[in-house]
Design a protein. Structure first.
Length: 503
């Protein structure tokens, strides 16, 4: 885990903290001065806390796009409650006698607020700021789901691969950041309370935070793309990460183009960021089956007779998304249904249809995406097609799926055919004997304007057509997820082995 990732995480926390103070303190003042609207404000910031972090970030991403901006807005909104509440409470606790004395000296309302009430309320206000910033350190972990970067992506990958070393390093980094910030603010808070607050202390705290934000801006903005760069988002699976590294090494080896790989993002969010009104990336690795069922919301039955699914998806993409597919890479990462070896041996399971007689005794588990309605190749259509009635279903985070099935939380799951963790977990893949799942051939999904800006790109990408078999991909993901090799090393070694780049 690099220092850059830790600093990116700290950048999002501090910038969000700055804006939450900028917004929260005025709202707290309004809540104090105008009790009627104040009740509405306090209720609103309270309700914001009840929205799940991922849901809030997803909503914001629709309007602000993927990246750190979405994360900063989300953390800012999450941090408002303690700041608004403590500002209002701190002002309410100022002694009435002090207020009367200030009024008797002829001070205006604003003069009393800024010269008397706020300085006296500042110790309580600072407690709210301290709570908000420390809590933001944990909330920023969710940045990994919306392309914001930070430590969250490292933790997700470590959990998925059962990499305790990296998991402990990531967790320790979060704890150290939290402890350092909490101790520093705690010491300052203690000093403020001893002196009962004053205007100088308020200004000092604001200046220190402002300087910290200014120092962090170059770090947070690092990696932002320029006009001459091909931009991709990193995936949340090793397969996506490997393929995007191949693009970077191959393109940079054979052209003078620069390829920038930004923070992690799911396939669905990556697609939205690529074909939206204000696209933030140029291309991605995807699959013809994913584009058909998840992005186009169609089914294999919608593919015209005599036309391959790949050709149909390519034509549709050119017409509706101003994008196109660049060849077939060779591997077919279709969905597959897998069971533990113990269950396969006990019930003599070979095909998916064999599950009909034993499904009522088994639990089916998968990531939440498979249980969603985003696309037709999901759980409900699958069990209806095969006539399966499982005893129970369990939805788990993607990074926890393999751990859960190895621990016995469920016995049947959905997997990707080229995932190296299938091999590690010793899962038995059942034959899709009724052919429910379509092919999911790996392909590059590229915007047309990108191909115009980089005329050599298509030719370079086509050099990978047919070069990667299912076995190749299983071996590469196994090397990353199980053997702990870096995606950069695995991708580069494969390209060298194929003679596509020089050593």
């Amino acid at each position: 885990m690099s220092a850059q990732i830790i600093l990116e995480h700290l950048f999002m926390v501090l910038v969000a903290g700055f804006f939450s103070i900028l917004i929260g303190i005025p709202l707290g003042i309004i809540s104090y001065q105008r009790p009627g609207p104040g009740k509405v404000i306090l209720k609103a910031v309270d309700v914001l806390q009840t929205i799940p972090a991922l849901a809030l970030l997803g909503i914001i991403m629709v309007f602000a796009g993927a990246g750190k901006t979405t994360v900063i807005i989300g953390i800012t909104l999450y941090s408002l409650l303690p700041i608004v509440q403590n500002t209002c409470i701190g002002l309410q606790q100022v002694d009435d006698g002090v207020k009367d004395a200030a009024r008797g000296m002829g001070m205006s309302r604003s003069g009393r607020l800024f010269r008397v009430e706020l300085p006296l309320a500042f110790p309580t206000m600072f407690t709210g700021i301290r709570i908000a910033i420390v809590n933001a350190i944990g909330t920023a972990v969710f940045a990994a789901y919306v392309g914001g970067g930070g430590i969250g992506g490292i933790l997700n990958q470590a959990i998925r691969n059962k990499d305790m070393g990296t998991l402990m390093k990531g967790t320790a980094s979060l704890m150290i950041i939290a402890v350092i910030l909490d101790l520093s603010m705690g010491l300052y808070e203690k000093h403020v309370k001893k002196s009962h607050g004053n205007t100088r202390q308020m200004v000092t705290a604001a200046v220190v935070l402002g300087i910290a934000v200014l120092i962090m801006i170059p770090i947070g903005m690092k990696g932002n793309s320029g006009t001459n760069e091909i931009v991709l988002y990193d995936g949340n699976y090793s397969e996506t990460q490997i393929m995007h590294r191949m693009v970077k090494y191959l393109v940079e080896d054979q052209t003078d183009y620069t390829v920038t790989i930004k923070d992690q993002m799911t396939q669905v969010n990556n697609f939205k960021c690529m074909v939206g009104n204000d696209p933030s990336c140029d291309m991605m690795i995807s699959y013809d089956g994913t584009i058909l069922t998840t992005f186009m919301h169609q089914d294999t039955s919608d593919v015209p007779s005599g036309t391959t699914m790949w050709k149909y998806v390519d034509d549709y993409s050119r017409k509706h998304y101003d994008s196109q597919l660049i060849g077939k890479l060779g591997f077919d990462n279709t969905y597959a249904i897998a069971v533990t070896k113990e269950v396969a041996d006990k019930y003599n399971l070979k095909k998916v249809s064999d599950l009909q007689r034993v499904a009522p005794q088994l639990t089916f588990g998968a990531e939440s995406e498979f249980f969603s309605r985003e696309g037709s190749m999901k759980y409900e259509p699958f069990v209806k097609f095969y006539g399966l009635n499982f005893k129970n279903t369990v939805s788990v985070d993607t990074s926890l799926k393999y751990n859960a099935i190895e621990n016995g939380s469920f016995q049947v799951t959905e997997v990707y055919a080229t995932d190296g963790l299938n091999k590690k977990a010793g899962l038995v893949t059942l034959e899709d004997d009724r052919h429910f799942f379509p092919d999911y051939y790996g392909t590059f999904f590229v915007r047309n304007d990108t191909l115009k800006r980089f005329p050599e790109l298509k030719k370079v990408l086509r050099e990978l057509n047919g070069q990667i078999s299912n076995e190749d991909m299983v071996n590469m993901t196994y090397q990353v997820d199980v053997e702990g090799k870096s995606v950069d090393t695995v991708a580069r070694n494969f390209l060298i082995k194929k003679g596509l780049i020089s050593k």
